[in-house]
Design a protein around this ligand. Structure first.
Ligand code: NAD
Length: 416
């Protein structure tokens, strides 16, 4: 099974288990097992050398019962329709966990952005936008950045869409630059949300954050913010890694120097005031808190029994496989699932959309306070379900999400 099929099967398995647990009506279960809409497009683009390449693009809307579809667009040479379908479904659950009035979507273009010029990326983005233009829009489906796309990509999408309409439509995407209607606090929002979730976790477990030893896998847009904010909270960051390797210092890393090293060298690897360690080794180090913030399938049945952290907060999407999840549960680790922990990004995306629709913009302080409020409410709700039903935080988050979507589906009924 390739990565995409794997992710799709896991997504279905999680839905099936939840449906059984909450006694979901078969018709709603059947409906939720399928995407509402899957669009595959071809994207012919003039390359810098004069040749024409035809790329493949996808936009999948899993569900729009609770509001417009919402989800990122990723550029990757390996991405498949199955992967996009799985991630779109995950977005439905994430938006429902934090109670945003959205459904779930995801998009992708099969391309290798590392081998493309800025001009080629702009032409791919604009043509992809034009190919999916009939199904996106502020009331229909609102894309955002994901792997290898950023605020510039969103600016090109917004511009292409606006030219088609004949007026500026900032609400068609989120994660835009501030100059064209982006939100203060958006770029750090996922990492900040992870930290709020960890603070809530520690509070409820009656633990103090001061001096906690933390390991963060991944030092990108999410991981670097988590490292910075947690060190300000008094944690000791004892290990960090990136795709090309990790670093470990049991006495705590100097995170200011680490940030400068990353800016200068492009990676945390080879940071002088620490020992080198592999990604595999890093995950198994003794620590209080482990935060996977890199990519999928990092904690598997092969290494789960050797993970020593008692608290795991999933900043990445799908870092733990279902088999590994069972092993961690048996070991008594407290795992905060991705669909709760990494929703800070989509929450501030929602704020950006609201601000854009009202043409009234908030300060970063207001954004952060509102983010903390929403994430804390969601944490309490999931925690409450987990205690009441004696299930894990992941099972509780799925229970909450699927129940919310099911309730909306039931009330709206089936057309015709
Ligand atoms: P990024 O591309 O900015 O950073 C990814 C980091 O992970 C980099 O440090 C990279 O070197 C490292 N990495 C990649 N593959 C790795 C591997 N095989 N082993 C070890 N390290 C590896 O991405 P990001 O935006 O920080 O996203 C990280 C994760 O968080 C992803 O799973 C993403 O889907 C998820 N996420 C991101 C956001 C967001 O707002 N950016 C929101 C929700 C979820």
């Amino acid at each position: 099974m390739n990565k995409g099929e794997n992710l799709w099967q896991t997504a279905l398995q999680q839905l099936n288990e939840t449906a059984k647990r909450i006694n979901l009506e078969p018709w709603i279960h059947k409906k939720l097992r399928k995407s509402k809409r899957e669009l595959t497009v071809s994207i012919p683009v003039k390359m810098d050398n004069g040749s024409v390449e035809v790329f493949t693009g996808y936009r999948v809307q899993h569900n729009i019962t609770r509001g417009p579809a919402k989800g990122g667009i990723r550029y990757s040479p390996e991405v498949t329709l199955d992967e996009v379908k799985a991630l779109a479904m995950l977005m439905t659950w994430k938006c429902a966990v934090v109670n945003l009035p959205y459904g779930g979507a995801k998009g992708a273009v099969v391309c290798n952005p590392l081998k493309m010029s800025a001009g080629e990326l702009e032409r791919v983005t604009r043509r992809y936008t034009s190919e999916i233009i009939s199904i996106i829009g502020p009331e229909k489906d609102i894309p955002a950045p994901d792997i290898s796309t950023d605020s510039q990509t969103m600016a090109w999408i917004m511009d292409t869409y606006s030219i088609d309409k004949g007026y500026s439509v900032p609400g068609v995407v989120t994660g835009k630059p501030i100059a064209i209607g982006g939100s203060e606090g958006r770029s750090k929002s996922t990492g900040r949300g992870v930290v709020y979730t960890l603070l809530n976790t520690l509070k409820h477990l009656n633990l103090d954050i001061e001096g906690k030893k933390v390991i963060v896998q991944g030092y990108g847009k999410v991981g670097s913010v988590v490292v910075d904010l947690l060190s300000k909270e008094g944690c000791k960051i004892i290990g960090v890694s990136e795709i090309d390797g990790g670093i470990h210092n049991p006495n705590g890393l100097n995170v200011g120097k680490l940030w400068k090293h990353k800016k200068r060298e492009g990676s945390v690897a080879k940071f002088k005031e620490a020992d080198s360690i592999t990604n595999k080794g890093l995950l198994q180090l003794k620590c209080d808190i482990l935060i996977p913030a890199a990519c999928e399938n990092q904690i598997t049945k092969d290494n789960a029994s050797r993970i020593r952290a008692k608290i795991i907060v999933e900043a990445a999407n799908g870092p733990t496989t279902p088999e590994a999840d069972k092993i961690l549960k048996e070991k008594g680790a407290f795992v905060v699932p991705d669909i709760l922990a990494n929703t800070g990004g989509v929450t501030v995306s929602y704020f950006e959309w609201v601000q854009g629709l009202q043409s009234y913009f908030w300060t970063e302080r207001e954004v952060n306070l509102k983010l903390r409020d929403i994430m804390t409410k969601a944490f309490y709700k999931v925690w409450e379900i987990s205690l009441k039903e004696e299930i894990s935080m992941r099972e509780a988050a799925y229970t909450l999400a699927v129940n919310r979507v099911a309730e909306a589906t039931r009330i709206r009924g089936l057309y015709p």
